[in-house]
Design a protein around this ligand. Sequence first.
Ligand code: FAD
Ligand code: NAG
Ligand code: NAG
Ligand code: NAG
Ligand code: NAG
Length: 598
Amino acid sequence: MGKAVFIKTRGVIVFRLQFLYLLLCMVWCSPPEDPIKCFSQSRTSNCTITNSYGAFPDRSVCRAADVVYPTSEEELVSVVGKGTMSKRKMKVATRYSHSIPKLVCPDGEEGLLISTRYLNRTLKVEPSTMTMTVESGVTLRQLIDEAAKAGLALPCSPYWWGLTVGGLLATGAHGSSLWGKGSSVHDYIVGLRIVTPAGPKDNYAKLRVIDTTQPDDLSATRVSLGVLGVISQVTLRLEPLFKRSITYSVKNDSDLGEQATEFGKQYEFADITWYPSQQKAVYRIDDRVTSNVSGNGHLDFIGFRSALSIALAIIRSSEETQESTSNADGKCIDAKLTTWALMNGAYGLTNNGIGFTGYPVVGYHNRLQASGTCLDSLEDGLTTVCPWDSRVKAQFFHQTTFSVGLSKVKSFIQDVQKLRELEPKALCGLELYNGILMRYVKASSAYLGKQEEAVDFDITYYRSNDPLRPRLYEDIIEEIEQIGLFKYGGLPHWGKNRNLAFDGAINKYGRNAEAFLKVKKRYDPLGLFSNEWTEKVLGIQNTNEVTILKEGCALEGLCVCSQDLHCAPQKGFFCRPGRLYKDARVCMYLSAMVSATF
Ligand SMILES: Cc1cc2nc3c(=O)[nH]c(=O)nc-3n(C[C@H](O)[C@H](O)[C@H](O)COP(=O)(O)OP(=O)(O)OC[C@H]3O[C@@H](n4cnc5c(N)ncnc54)[C@H](O)[C@@H]3O)c2cc1C
Ligand SMILES: *[C@@H]1O[C@H](CO)[C@@H](O)[C@H](O)[C@H]1NC(C)=O
Ligand SMILES: *[C@@H]1O[C@H](CO)[C@@H](O)[C@H](O)[C@H]1NC(C)=O
Ligand SMILES: *[C@@H]1O[C@H](CO)[C@@H](O)[C@H](O)[C@H]1NC(C)=O
Ligand SMILES: *[C@@H]1O[C@H](CO)[C@@H](O)[C@H](O)[C@H]1NC(C)=O
């Protein structure tokens, strides 16, 4: 009885949120917290930095001695010069700090954070050449808006508009497309300006102006993990603003393996949201249309809207209870409700900015390509927040994101389907976070960009507040992660993932990795913009040390288990080979062993 009420409550809440949001948000939304906190009187020294989720993979807090907020390129050059002269570790910080891995931490406690918060101006929009130059702290939202005002569009972008240009370039962020230049923002860049360390002759800092005549420099700087210096400005090649027509089509997933390979070639902005335990795949049929097709469609993705803190707390508690009572059925029911609510709300699409009356949704690209209204808000004492705001009891999850080469996508999907057949309820948990998002990416000439045409799989799932607590069907999701990354050689998204995803990742880039490292040596020979994490990821410090071996490490993805201790043997989770992929090592629940051993 109690449970039934709980489950109903959740569905109703998800549903009501959509309406309440509109009413409440004008007065009652809290913008995200500043990821940088400083404890000195001036608020610029003795600082900590975290990410927008309030937790790095290892849950540590990073420290920095100071933060500076340059407001112009000249100031930036002077800041880098001073930092270099005193051989300080430096790192660029952005307004929201969205990346999950520890890219943003300067090593030690004496480091300097250089924030791009006030480097947020649009410098030039040139309709004649269809180029636009912005400072690197400009958010995706600003970029889209400013371009549209001049009748221009960035054809592809991530779906969340809170990212900054500098941050999304550093991590190779993308949307979904196999057409034209593809879906990665860095592939639309025709020039940039980057400030790097230098010797005394140059006053310890050098402004490098890079364009297409320096292909080596451009290939390195377009996806840099932030280790080459501070990108000051970026020039992008855009297109005339156009209209799109979007239809979501729900299908049985039995032929998803075959479909996934072809679908991306059929529609320019195709993507697929896969709900494996419901055996459904939602195909986004999404193409350009001529601008005389009527429609003023708009996207405000439901998952990126402000949510009531109270509702988030109830939903989180419900999932915690399901975890602690191993209530897989409860998760499966909630998954269906969540998916139903999302589909019914057309994921946040409307035909005219007000209501949804049916597909197709036709509208201008700039109103459909990204969203994130939970960022707009006044201070309201945390009544409503972004759904992952760590100041309240809210979503807390792991994100595993890797791209699998197009030729292997079918086999990967079929492996996941086989695991689902073995454990039909195991993947309901993913569907509470909107399933597996599958997006198309093209090979890039950026050294650390995608190496081939691929499908990027984005998987989000429960993370316990207690790092030593295993999840429901821990082993199945771990196995999928290892199948994608190791059996099929998937490339991890640089701005997401758990540590193990980066184990050996740099070797998948072959000579492009070497080329990148050469530029790094030239730009920042002392590694002032590098930290322990980036050095390990780039294979400069001993490879394979991105993982951290300790008790329970596999539960948080800090390692692949090699001993039972890396799981939670006292709770019945032991390190075992995968069910399908025998080279995988996963934390498996073995109830018989619990009673035998303890
Ligand atoms: C809700 C949400 C939705 C997302 N959606 C997508 C998506 O649709 N597609 C996708 O691919 N990714 C997506 N991401 C992941 C995102 O792409 C990365 O996390 C992105 O890099 C974060 O950008 P940021 O501006 O927050 O940068 P940060 O995370 O703050 O910085 C990332 C790195 O870039 C460096 N850096 C930042 N600015 C500069 C600069 N000017 N010069 C040099 N280095 C710099 C930083 O030092 C750091 O090393 C999403 C993340 C969230 C939280
Ligand atoms: C720095 O801030 C911390 C609080 O996080 C405080 O405990 C510490 O004393 C401060 N250190 C200095 C040198 O001010
Ligand atoms: C740049 O950021 C500052 C601080 O966040 C803000 O006050 C200002 O309005 C922003 N400028 C633009 C052009 O958005
Ligand atoms: C999908 O198709 C398969 C095989 O045709 C069938 O067994 C399954 O029940 C279908 N699933 C749904 C949700 O309709
Ligand atoms: C839209 O314009 C195209 C030419 O650009 C024309 O062929 C088509 O008939 C027009 N459609 C409508 C609905 O007016």
